[in-house]
Design a protein around this ligand. Structure first.
Ligand code: G1P
Length: 302
């Protein structure tokens, strides 16, 4: 859909984190540990997502979780008892780090809502409807890790606030044989890093895909998404798909894709997680040396 002459949208104040999923692609690691708490070295995926939302100026964070995943709540919130224990042992540096990472329920607006049944990503987002602040909402899928100089959500919100389309999704080009793993955008035009689109399709067959522009886990959505999700019928996999509700609203609110500058890692998969760990380690002097030493060792053995 081509850009419309629209007023500057309301600010994006809410971020929704769908974290109720079972993480079956990463079993057995995810049998007792939520996939969002799997770590890239010492940093759980959820921490990257929280920091990205913070950097983008989000005021309210809503975690759509599952009763079996209470560890997420424990991780996300400030733990006064642990803080006290660490300080009493003189471990003030790590205590400070934890304090800086944690969401303080008093200082930042944080909510947990439960998605009891795995009815799909659209259903997860709908679970946050009553807690979202007025205006557009951001959705962050923590297992899509995006590393780069600028936070993906910050970049997206900046582009979104220039106006044009009510729904914006992060996109990247994928190989033809990978389109059936993603929501795929039907692209109609391009303006630098913004792609105009007239719809999107969830996990199409490669020969029916409208393009190779895949949606990855960052969305900025017009607030009307909740009404559209309320009457969204199940789609691919029998689930309430966010993709379908976005696509249905496109003639009304407009749709664009955003080509972010960072590198995306599918940390719900073992290969993606390994790539993320290597990239993250390589970006620090401390761990780059470990990789180099390791590689030297391997070469010496050849
Ligand atoms: C979800 C969305 C899909 C999107 C993908 C990005 O699929 O439904 O449109 O492309 O996330 O990671 P899932 O990977 O949860 O099946």
């Amino acid at each position: 859909m081509e850009p419309k002459e629209t007023a500057r949208p309301l600010p994006v104040r809410t971020a929704i984190f769908p974290v109720a999923g079972l993480g079956t692609r990463f079993l057995p690691a995810t049998k007792a540990t939520p996939k969002e708490l799997l770590a890239v070295l010492d940093r759980p995926l959820i921490q990257f997502a929280i920091d990205e939302a913070r950097a983008a100026g989000i005021e309210r964070m809503i975690f759509v979780s599952h009763p079996s995943k209470s560890a997420i709540e424990k991780y996300v919130l400030h733990d006064a008892e642990l803080d006290e224990q660490l300080c009493a042992k003189g471990k003030t540096e790590v205590a400070q780090k934890l304090r800086a990472n944690a969401l303080d329920a008093k200082a930042i607006d944080v909510r947990f809502v439960m998605q009891d049944e795995p009815l799909g990503l659209g259903h997860a987002v709908l679970c946050a409807a009553d807690d979202a602040l007025p205006g557009p909402v951001a959705v962050i899928l923590p297992d899509d890790l995006i590393l780069g100089d600028a936070g993906c959500l910050s970049e997206m919100i900046e582009a979104y606030e220039r106006g044009g389309a009510g729904h914006m999704v992060a996109t990247m080009q994928v190989e033809a044989d990978a389109v059936s793993s993603y929501g795929i955008l039907s692209v109609t035009g391009r303006d630098e890093n913004v792609l105009w689109a007239d719809g999107m399709v969830e996990k199409p067959d490669p020969d029916e895909a409208p393009s190779r522009q895949a949606v990855v886990g960052r969305y900025v959505l017009d607030g009307s998404i909740f009404d559209d999700l309320r009457n969204q019928k199940p789609g691919a996999g029998g689930e309430i798909q966010l993709t379908d509700a976005i696509s249905r609203a496109t003639p009304r609110v407009g749709l664009s894709g955003f080509r972010f500058s960072g590198q995306r890692y599918d940390c719900g998969s073992k290969v993606g997680m390994l790539q993320a760990i290597l990239a993250y380690a390589n970006s620090t002097t401390e761990f780059r040396n470990v990789i180099e030493d390791h590689n030297r060792g391997l070469l010496a053995a050849e």
